[in-house]
Write a protein that binds this ligand. Structure first.
Ligand SMILES: Nc1ncnc2c1ncn2[C@@H]1O[C@H](COP(=O)(O)OP(=O)(O)OP(=O)(O)O)[C@@H](O)[C@H]1O
Length: 235
């Protein structure tokens, strides 16, 4: 089976424009691939560059060199060189992302936040809302909260809304930035099960999981980011 995503020779250096242009090399020569139906986990100590990799794969950070080849609409796109319009299209159809924190939209209910990606993809609202409710109840978010905007929710409640929103679509690639960090044991297990179902559906997953039990339960491979450190970088 063709890989869903191939990273080669990827490099990232941050330039601190407000600090006289100081350059902070974070990685060079990063290379790995993601296979459909497998979950790869980024490993390595704090500051090694795990989040930076996820952000480059979602087009939030520009890469300084290298390729990020993604299978999209039956052809291969280099995300590292893609136009902003193509990156938005990739996000809509091919690459999903569960960030660590929910971006709260004022006055929009939890149920609508979760249903929105399906509505955007043309699913009719009642059906999208039903599916959103199924996911929120699976993640044990009390039904009395569904009609409220999540701004006042606890960290774990917001994270579950975020997970439901990220998992509701059928993107063939799914990036997960510590999706279980604020969850209790019961809900961590729910997320582990949801990841297993994505694998069965053929999704290629890449995640950061600091919790060793979760990592052990979901990881098919570990990508050690310390191997991508530029020479002389102390991680
Ligand atoms: N926007 C930025 N501007 C400047 N430096 C940055 C930026 N984002 C990350 N860095 C630096 O890049 C390095 C890698 O950071 P990154 O967040 O990718 O590491 P990480 O492995 O995910 O760490 P953690 O496990 O602590 O979340 C760090 O030294 C960090 O300070």
């Amino acid at each position: 089976m063709n890989p869903a995503l191939i990273v080669s020779d990827l490099a990232k250096t941050f330039t601190m424009h407000l600090r006289g242009g100081i350059e902070l090399p974070v990685m060079t020569g990063a290379a790995f691939l993601l296979q459909p139906g497998q979950c790869a986990v980024l490993g390595g100590p704090s500051g090694a560059g795990k989040s930076s990799i996820l952000k480059m794969l979602y087009g939030n950070y520009a890469a300084n060199a290298g390729q990020i080849l993604v299978q999209h609409r039956g052809r291969e796109i280099d995300l590292a060189r893609a136009e902003p319009r193509t990156i938005l299209e990739l996000r809509r159809e091919t690459i999903g992302y569960v960030s660590q924190f929910l971006r709260v939209v004022p006055r929009v209910s939890a149920l609508d936040i979760v249903a929105e990606p399906l509505v955007e993809r043309g699913i009719d609202r009642p059906q999208a809302t039903r599916r959103a409710g199924d996911l929120l109840s699976r993640l044990n978010l009390p039904e009395r909260l569904w009609s409220l905007p999540p701004a006042t929710f606890s960290g774990g409640e917001q994270q579950r809304v975020n997970i439901a929103r990220g998992f509701i679509t059928d993107h063939p690639i799914l990036l997960l930035d510590e999706p279980t960090a604020s969850l209790d044991a019961v809900n961590r297990t729910v997320v582990v099960d949801m990841i297993a179902e994505k694998k069965v559906a053929g999704v290629a997953l890449l995640g950061i999981f600091h919790d060793a039990d979760v990592r052990g339960a979901v990881a098919d491979t570990i990508i050690d980011v310390t191997g991508f450190a530029p020479r002389g970088k102390d991680v």
